[in-house]
Write a protein that binds this ligand. Structure first.
Ligand code: DX5
Ligand code: ZN
Length: 245
């Protein structure tokens, strides 16, 4: 673990992380699912240089979603390579069995799926007590009333705007209405994240609806220049946020 990383961990409380992410709004969070794993260290350096504030780690178990990605062991190894915040998106069944592995791996925020647990309260509470920003994700087919009872326990809520499991899918248009409605249900400082199909032609509309944190895979990693991609996405999101407030 680097000295910077130790400082980062020691100095940043849960609410400070939330504040940091909110004050950097709009946050562009590259989805590492789409990165070149043959050059992972280089990819992280390029994302740092591009001005990303956080790396989004999509964890898939081949059970909750029909795809398999990577787990806590990989995240833990990569943790020391950067002081960027780590945001884990757990698309896994029984997250309660594995959550401590991701806390130990050094994730700053951890999001579980409402569809994966009968009652997320204990997990959200445990994350909070562990100094990790607790997040709850909701898949396209799930109504908002499923997450409503737990919103006060969340530092972040994540609206899936594609079916979870794969990068490179098309944005589901009905997500806009869901984001708008969710925005009216959450405290002002709760981060509202949108994940899936976010690109230059979809990001502004999601920002206008109330999202302030944008998970982006293809629209960064399929581009030759990550800096241009990140800044153009942030500019599009920022202009819409500014004009809508
Ligand atoms: C999908 C993941 C997303 C995905 C985003 O299950 O949660 O983070 O990798 O990739 P794009 O931006 O290509 O939709
Ligand atoms: Zn994700």
């Amino acid at each position: 673990m680097t000295f910077d990383r130790i400082l980062f961990l020691e100095s940043m409380t849960n609410s400070e992380l939330k504040h940091k992410l909110n004050s950097n709004s709009p946050v562009i969070a590259p989805s590492m699912l789409k990165c070149d794993f043959g050059n992972l260290h280089r990819e992280i350096e390029l994302l740092e240089a591009a001005g990303a504030h956080v790396l989004h780690w999509d964890v898939m178990d081949g059970h909750f979603v029909p795809n398999l990605s990577y787990g806590a062991m990989l995240i833990e190894r990569v943790r020391s390579l950067t002081s960027l915040a780590f945001d884990a998106h757990l698309m896994i069944s029984h997250p309660e069995k594995y959550i401590d592995d991701y806390i130990k791996a050094g994730c700053d925020s951890i999001t579980i799926h409402i569809e994966a647990v009968a009652n997320p309260s204990e997990i959200l509470k445990h994350l909070n007590q562990s100094g990790v920003l607790p997040g709850l994700a909701i898949s396209p087919q799930t109504p908002l009333k499923a997450v409503e009872p737990y919103l006060d326990q969340c530092g972040m809520v994540l609206v899936m705007s594609v079916e979870p499991g794969f990068g490179g899918q098309s944005f589901i248009e009905s997500s806009i209405q869901k984001i708008k409605q969710l925005k009216s249900m959450i405290p002002a400082d709760t981060i509202l994240s949108v994940d899936g199909g976010i690109a230059l032609d979809t990001i502004a509309e999601t920002a206008g609806a109330g999202a302030n944190y944008f998970v982006v895979g293809s629209a960064i990693f399929d581009q030759a220049d990550y800096s241009t991609a990140v800044s153009e996405l942030a500019a599009k999101a920022g202009s819409q946020t500014a004009s809508s407030t």
